[in-house]
Design a protein around this ligand. Structure first.
Ligand code: PLP
Length: 448
């Protein structure tokens, strides 16, 4: 809660922040002259405050990373306490907060994943996971699915199976894309989940065989693809991928950057499918984004590859003390306040049922899918043809209208192409969820 004076000050600062932004800041993924970024200088819990000091319910968790909401007092305090004693350190040294963060992460992973290599975020976690897989196998190719996102750096964007890749595509980056399961928009003309699973696995097997298994280092999969649409694979599919990797000596990398750390209602999303990856890339929720941090969890056989031969890679800020202090405090708060359980319970009892009810009333909600605090609403012009409300990789006046309605209703949405995602903090309250979902219902039921 801000005082009137604080809010007044905030309003005063905003215009200057906006003007300086437009004069000097170059934004990600944007045509620089076509954007009008909202100023945000304050946030608390599930709310961010815009330039007019108007609260917006954060149904985006920013870029699906503020898993414990904004300004959690224990994490803010941990960052301050760490800043008092040690702000930064050469990663060659051991450090108390880095050691503790690694322990807390490893303890939540399956037994075989014991070592943590820290990075600054998700894309570099993916890059290092791929590098480890290549060095471990002596092979070069990486297989990843269409409808995926793995990060914005050179290798990670080439692995990405999404239109964001197109203008960056190197063509020769050693990446091969395949179709994953997505029954609602099936590439395999399947009409049941079982058919989709079987056909998607056959397709992956044929891709491996025709590419040459001896050339393939890794298969990388988001356990549930995030920005690409929150399509939940079947357990049989995920176990089938694991079995194919075992059969052909291929490293299975789970990209848990978005879906990990409680987002799906479990600590790690692959737990839903009872599979154990060889490498796990993580970031975002590990410390709720309060200080940049990511990493790779490494299984024992891959660790052994680098036990007596140097791993040729590193980062000045690997395991940064402020970021690791934030991770220790975040994971502790998530555990103490039962946030993962909250996400699982409210996802199943509130978000799912409410979204399905909205879908049944709205002419433009084609499908809703999700788990935990990780839901997508697939918007269409026609429920029979499933024509997306905006083209894949693009926007449309109708989608812009929907986004505008949601914001006008006091909710900050996560929008991607023809989809609105419901991805609030894991510790969102039931009342906040009901408030936000009511705004969505109005946005989807009025004619566009
Ligand atoms: N992998 C996945 C699944 C992601 O969702 C993202 C970011 O959204 C990344 C990787 C890249 O992470 P970062 O933006 O921290 O580099």
């Amino acid at each position: 809660d801000f005082s009137e004076d604080e809010l007044e000050e905030l309003r005063g600062e905003s215009q200057r922040a906006y003007d300086l932004d437009r004069a000097h800041v170059f934004h990600s993924w944007s045509a620089q002259k076509q954007i009008t970024p909202m100023v945000v200088s304050r946030a608390a819990g599930s709310y961010v405050y815009d330039g007019e000091a108007r609260p917006l319910l954060d149904f985006s968790s920013q870029l699906v990373n503020t898993n414990i909401g904004h300004q959690h007092p224990a994490v803010v305090q941990a960052i301050k306490d760490q800043a008092d004693v040690l702000c930064t350190i050469n990663p060659a040294h051991a450090n108390d907060k880095r050691s503790e963060a690694a322990r807390l992460i490893a303890e939540r992973l399956p037994e075989s994943l014991n070592r943590i290599f820290f990075t600054n975020g998700g894309a570099d976690a993916v890059e290092h996971a791929v590098r480890m897989a290549r060095l471990h196998t002596g092979r070069r190719k990486v297989l990843s699915r269409y409808r995926s996102y793995h990060g914005g750096t050179e290798q990670a964007i080439n692995i990405t199976g999404d239109p964001r890749r197109f203008r960056n595509d190197m063509g020769d980056a050693g990446t091969v894309h395949f179709f994953g399961p997505f029954l609602y928009r099936s590439e395999f003309h399947a009409t049941t989940e079982a058919e989709e699973t079987e056909r998607a696995l056959t397709h992956l097997r044929r891709t491996i065989e025709l590419e040459g298994p001896q050339t393939i280092a890794a298969v990388i999969l988001e356990s549930i693809p995030g920005t690409a649409g929150i399509m939940i694979p079947s357990t049989e599919y995920m176990q089938g991928v694991r079995a194919l990797c075992d059969e052909f000596g291929i490293v299975y990398i789970a990209d848990e950057v978005m879906a990990g750390f409680g987002r799906s209602g479990k600590w790690f999303c692959f737990e839903h499918f009872d599979v154990v990856p060889d490498l796990v890339a993580f970031a975002k929720g590990v410390n709720s984004g309060y200080v940049p941090l990511g990493g790779v969890a490494i299984s024992d056989p891959i660790f052994d590859t680098f036990a007596d031969v140097a791993y040729p890679g590193g980062l000045t800020y690997s395991g940064h003390p402020l970021a690791c202090a934030a991770a220790v405090a975040t994971i502790t708060a998530m555990e103490d306040e039962r946030m993962v359980e909250n996400a699982a319970q409210l996802g199943e009892a509130v978000v799912g049922p409410r979204l399905r009810e909205i879908a049944s009333r709205s002419p433009i909600v084609g499908e809703v899918r999700g788990t935990g605090m990780f839901w997508a609403i697939d918007l269409v012009t026609d429920k029979d043809t499933k024509e997306p409300l905006a083209p894949y990789g693009g926007s449309s006046p109708q989608m812009n209208e929907i986004i505008g309605r949601i914001k006008a209703g006091g909710v900050l949405p996560f929008a991607n192409y023809n989809r609105i995602h419901v991805v609030p903090p894991l510790n969102v309250s039931e009342a906040e969820l009901m408030e936000g979902l009511a705004v969505l219902e109005r946005a989807f039921t009025e004619p566009v």
